[in-house]
Design a protein around this ligand. Structure first.
Ligand SMILES: Cc1cc2nc3c(=O)[nH]c(=O)nc-3n(C[C@H](O)[C@H](O)[C@H](O)COP(=O)(O)OP(=O)(O)OC[C@H]3O[C@@H](n4cnc5c(N)ncnc54)[C@H](O)[C@@H]3O)c2cc1C
Length: 393
């Protein structure tokens, strides 16, 4: 594994860092306070190419290598995790579904639009089917050459402000393989469809009052007789969970990179504050216990970065990285929560108000151990990989 970035990777990181410092960071507190969607920032994210970072140039994207994509996502995570999350879902989940499962026609139609025009969403979770997506009840029934989709999806990032949602729906009334617990290998009775959000019968209802990611669009998506042509099906009938879990390998990488960005932000804020703040007539950075908190942030940060870089390295060698993505997702997300908590501690009472950003880091970090497979689900996946025993069923 090469820890030296190429010249091009360094340039991309600098481009992302400068952009995030100039365009993202100054607005993060206000967007968080007002729960406002970043309408003004979005066109700039398209202009820089960041929303098409993982999409090959032949489909209108930036076509950067996987590590460069991770570096961009880390910088976004460092400055505003809400923005990072919308990019990760569009580039990491929606684009991956199309790239790996779309027909040439679907790719030519939708990928350039995803890179330049609108966001993609990934509709797997339902009100009563989270960790166990195989129990979903959203259904798709054949109507001539079309499908009619009915059901409700929950917690869908970009679900009300996007171009399309990849909707996973049951095409076989019988429950198939038991979700990620069964590895998605057998037919799940679930199929993936690309559903334009302006389709008749598609309603994206924004969810307000979230603990974090307040500037992001998270929606309940209601589907009432939404008509989708068979040409919008992704993958074979019954392959839906394979499509979803394959995309999650990429989504978890992106999430890990973004969580590493939160850890970096925690370190930067803590060093800065500890250098400014005086108690007992000295800088608090001179106290050993404050240094211990800062050193612990650094230890977790360094390990996080190495783990997500390892995923990138495997991907760039063309190797599968399901386990590595799961390890990186679990560690980096939990490290971000620990680090944000430490950063609040370093800031004392001031860390408890949004005069400083560390409270937001803690709220934003908290979701990373929940979505794209909770920490418990990751441990079951890793446990099955290590022991050969399936603890899901
Ligand atoms: C802000 C936000 C954005 C999101 N974005 C998306 C999105 O874009 N697309 C999408 O499809 N989903 C999205 N989600 C949904 C997210 O992936 C789910 O919330 C997550 O998978 C957990 O499902 P659940 O909330 O139903 O919790 P549950 O599955 O009900 O889990 C509740 C608790 O039980 C534990 N648990 C469940 N099963 C087991 C088990 N077998 N063994 C041990 N413990 C278990 C869990 O770990 C958790 O602690 C988002 C969620 C949030 C909060």
């Amino acid at each position: 594994m090469d820890f030296d970035l190429s010249e091009q990777q360094q340039q991309i990181r600098k481009l992302a860092r400068d952009f995030c410092d100039a365009e993202v960071a100054p607005h993060a507190r206000e967007l968080d306070r007002t729960e406002a969607f970043p309408d003004e920032l979005l066109p700039k994210l398209f202009e820089t190419g960041f929303l098409g970072a993982s999409i090959p140039e032949e489909y209108g994207g930036m076509g950067v290598d996987y590590l460069s994509y991770g570096l961009i996502v880390e910088e976004l995570g460092r400055t505003d995790a809400s923005i990072r999350s919308l990019v990760s879902v569009s580039c990491g989940l929606a684009a991956t579904c199309l790239l790996n499962w779309g027909t040439e026609e679907q790719k030519r139609e939708w990928l350039p639009r995803l890179a330049t025009e609108g966001l993609g969403a990934f509709g797997l979770t339902e009100p009563n089917a989270g960790s166990d997506p195989a129990s979903m009840t959203t259904g798709a029934s054949r109507d001539g050459s079309d499908w009619l989709l009915n059901g409700t999806k929950m917690w869908i990032t970009n679900g009300s402000r996007g171009l399309f949602t990849i909707v996973f729906a049951r095409t076989d009334a019988a429950r198939g393989a038991s979700g990620e617990g069964a590895g998605g290998g057998r037919s799940s009775g679930i199929t993936a469809f690309l559903v334009p959000q302006d389709s008749r019968g598609y309603d994206g209802n924004p969810i307000h009052g979230k603990l974090g990611l307040r500037a992001g669009d998270t929606a309940e998506v209601v589907l009432r007789d939404v008509r989708v042509p068979d040409a919008n099906r992704l993958g074979e009938v019954g392959d839906g969970l394979k499509v979803a879990f394959n995309a999650l390998d990429s989504g978890r990488f992106s999430l890990a990179a973004g969580a590493t960005g939160i850890s970096q932000a925690c370190l930067d804020a803590s060093v800065r504050y500890a250098d400014d703040r005086l108690q007992f007539g000295r800088k608090i950075s001179s106290f050993q216990l404050v240094q211990a908190l800062i050193s612990e942030i650094y230890l977790d940060l360094e390990a996080s970065r190495a783990l997500y870089w390892k995923v990138a390295w495997k991907h760039m060698k063309g190797e599968r990285h399901t386990v590595e993505s799961s390890v990186a997702k679990t560690f980096c997300s939990e490290a971000a929560v620990r680090n944000a908590d430490r950063a609040v501690q370093v800031h004392g009472g001031y860390g408890y108000s949004d005069e400083y950003p560390v409270g937001r880091y803690l709220r934003d970090a908290r979701v990373t151990t929940l979505y794209e497979g909770t920490s418990q689900i990751q441990r079951l996946l890793l446990g099955r990989h290590l022991t050969g025993e399936n603890a899901f069923v």
